[in-house]
Structure formats: structure tokens, C-alpha cells
Design a protein around this ligand. Structure first.
Ligand SMILES: [Zn+2]
Length: 242
């Protein structure tokens, strides 16, 4: 037996939609469709509806409760991931326990819809950093902070308090030119010569190796594992001998 009638779900969805239109749309938060092409409720809409029942007095929902609800419509659902994605990625302020307990304390694995009047903290329109070669714009997108360590331009460096932070145009991938899409701001400490060894993402985190020679610095057991991976990939042959 379904716990909620389609009319109840639709009514709750429309309530969320009102809040979205009034408060969240301007921040770039997207309202999921109520139904898909086959006329069934979408999982995203169902999750928002379920978490928002009773708003503004929402309660903490366990993953089991949420999954049970979704299975009324999608019996084969193994594990509901939507709540987490709707939060951090799509901008709905859904607190996922164990991950982001800054504002409210939520048990690991549980969720609570915290607000329909404000977007998820730190959610930025479009989510991605816009590609530009305008240096002032780039710095602004990062709040005038080093993408890697967060030190703020003109202020004491986070790790070296006696050093004044200078922001420098830095390559995400040192093997590519310093053009739009490949520039992140880094402080003079993070933007050092040895950074040419690796590739950074938009968040200033190392994601790849840029200089193969750096593999020589790795521990022997890691080098052995890399050798095993490459040996398998190239079937024991030198890839340069075709
Ligand atoms: Zn830095």
C-alpha cells in the first residue's frame, strides 16, 4: 500500500516549487521535473517531496525510510543516492549526515532538508568555475584565495603567517598553455617549481601526474604496482616499439 496518494505528492511538489521560484531559482538551483516521459514521478522529485513533508518543520529521515518510499514507485531501487546529489551538486540545502554537519548535527546516513529559502552553502550558480582568461574575474571566482591552500590575497599566508599572500596565475595542467580553462589562482607557496610535476583540478587538488619522471620518487611498492598495471596494459611490450 502506497503511503501517499499521487495527489498528496503533487501538492507537496507544488509547494516546493513555490519556494524554489521565490528563493532558489535566482541562485541557479534547478527544480527537478515532477514526471518523466512515461508519466511516472521522477526519483529526484520524490526525494524532494519526501524530505520536505511538514516544511518548515522537517525531520531527519533515515536512508532506509527514504529508500522504502522510493521503492513504492521504483521497486528495483537498490540504494537512493539522489538526496546527496540534490544537495551538494544541485544546490538544495539537504544536510547529509556524516558529511556536512556544519549547521545541524545529523546522524551518518540520515538526511534532513534544512531550508527551502536558501541554497546549499557554497553552492555557486552553474557549479563549475567559468572559463575565462580575465585574471581579476578568475580571482573573484575564488574569493581572492589560493585554489589549493585557501590563503587570501594580501593577507598573512595560512601556513607561513609572516608571509603576505600573493596570488599568481597558475597552470592547472603544466603541459598546456596558460589560457582560459587552464588557469587557477595559487599563492606563491603553492605555485612552486615542483608543481610542474602534477595536474590540478578547479579546486586546486592534484588529480594527475604531469611529469612521468616523478614516478622515480614514489615508494618501491607503489612503483611495482604501477609497473604491474602498465605491464598488463601494454602486454609486456614497449609501447614505443610498434
Ligand atoms: Zn596556496
Amino acid at each position: 500500500m502506497p503511503t501517499h496518494t499521487p495527489e498528496e505528492i503533487e501538492r507537496q511538489y507544488n509547494l516546493v516549487k513555490e519556494y524554489h521560484k521565490k528563493y532558489l531559482k535566482k541562485f541557479g538551483v534547478k527544480m527537478p521535473a515532477l514526471k518523466n516521459g512515461s508519466g511516472n514521478f521522477t526519483k529526484n522529485a520524490l526525494v524532494l517531496v519526501f524530505l520536505s513533508f511538514g516544511y518548515p518543520k522537517t525531520t531527519e529521515i533515515t536512508k532506509i525510510e527514504l529508500t522504502k518510499f522510493i521503492r513504492e514507485f521504483y521497486p528495483d531501487t537498490p540504494d537512493v543516492q539522489q538526496a546527496r546529489h540534490l544537495g551538494a551538486q544541485d544546490g538544495w540545502w539537504i544536510v547529509a549526515g556524516g558529511r556536512d554537519n556544519i549547521v545541524v548535527k545529523v546522524k551518518r546516513g540520515n538526511y534532513i532538508l534544512y531550508s527551502l529559502e536558501r541554497p546549499y552553502p557554497s553552492f555557486k550558480k552553474g557549479h563549475r568555475i567559468a572559463q575565462t582568461d580575465d585574471w581579476e574575474k578568475i580571482k573573484e571566482q575564488y574569493g581572492f584565495r589560493c585554489a589549493t591552500c585557501g590563503s587570501r590575497e594580501g593577507e598573512p599566508h595560512f601556513h607561513w603567517r609572516a608571509t603576505k599572500t600573493l596570488l599568481q596565475k597558475s597552470h592547472k595542467d603544466p603541459n598546456k598553455p596558460l589560457i582560459a580553462g587552464n588557469i587557477i589562482p595559487q599563492c606563491q607557496k603553492c605555485n612552486r617549481a615542483d608543481r610542474n610535476r602534477w595536474v590540478y583540478d578547479d579546486k586546486g587538488r592534484v588529480i594527475k601526474l604531469a611529469d612521468p619522471n616523478f614516478v622515480k620518487n614514489f615508494d618501491k611498492d607503489v612503483r611495482e604496482k604501477i609497473y604491474e598495471i602498465l605491464y598488463k596494459e601494454f602486454k609486456g611490450k614497449n609501447p614505443y616499439e610498434k
